[in-house]
Design a protein around this ligand. Structure first.
Ligand code: 5RP
Length: 218
């Protein structure tokens, strides 16, 4: 097993301490979350709200009941991974294309627990990883032109459609030095459904794994 995979597993194991019996758990998407999902059958969950169809299928296959967020009320805990995280626990997410549903479930939860391996920690968001932006299909070119005006270089994610039937523009070279301001500015472009900056509602707890173990940051 690679060191990175071992770190993902260690972070997922650490996340278990945030899950209580009979809870409806918010469950994110991605390879780190998959490590967590494998551990869930050992727990007594009332159900789970999934942040993607992929996660929904994995949870169902393990016999975990899927709950519609509209009937779940406010969740106590949402657990997910991230593509990048800075020291303020602000994130870039959406590498798996589930950013909109992830942002909704995170917003509807009291506590967002984020699990990362060491490779995800950065000083400034958006330098290495592009900002994924979910866009209504008809607005793709218009939004791409607006992103270019902001200095971004949008790349259309080929052969990918989100769970909501939209497209993704992975946008390089945006200035993410003020993540809260940029998140808002991107949301204001007509045709943008959601962007992958999680700064207005950042993680509440970061479980940061490295070869030395898992550090908890709040
Ligand atoms: C999916 C996400 C994931 O949380 C992010 O891509 C991290 O994935 P992984 O755990 O596979 O590194 O935002 O939309």
């Amino acid at each position: 097993m690679s060191d990175q995979q071992a770190q993902k597993q260690a972070a997922a194991k650490a996340a278990l301490s945030y899950i209580e019996d009979n809870m409806i758990l918010g469950v994110g998407t991605g390879s780190t979350v998959n490590c967590l999902i494998e551990l869930l059958p050992t727990l007594k969950l009332a159900g789970a709200v999934a942040s993607s169809k992929v996660t929904e299928d994995k949870l169902r296959a393990l016999g975990i009941e899927i709950v519609d967020l509209n009937f779940a009320g406010t969740l106590d805990v949402y657990i997910d991974g991230a593509d990048e995280v800075n020291e303020h626990l602000q994130l870039i997410k959406g590498g798996g294309g589930a950013l909109t549903r992830e942002k909704i479930v995170a917003a509807a939860s009291n506590k967002f627990v984020c699990m990362v391996d060491a490779s995800k920690s950065v000083e400034t968001l958006g330098r290495a990883f592009p900002v994924p932006i979910e866009v209504l299909p008809q607005a793709r070119s218009y939004v791409a032109r607006q992103l270019a005006k902001l200095g971004g270089e949008p790349v259309y994610r080929e052969d990918f459609v989100t769970d909501y039937g939209n497209v993704i523009l992975d946008t390089y070279d945006l200035d993410v030095s003020d993540p809260v301001a940029l998140e808002k500015e991107l949301n204001n472009i007509v045709g943008v459904v959601c962007n992958g900056i999680f700064a207005a509602n950042q993680a509440d707890v970061l479980l940061k794994a490295s070869s030395n173990g898992v550090e908890t940051l709040i």
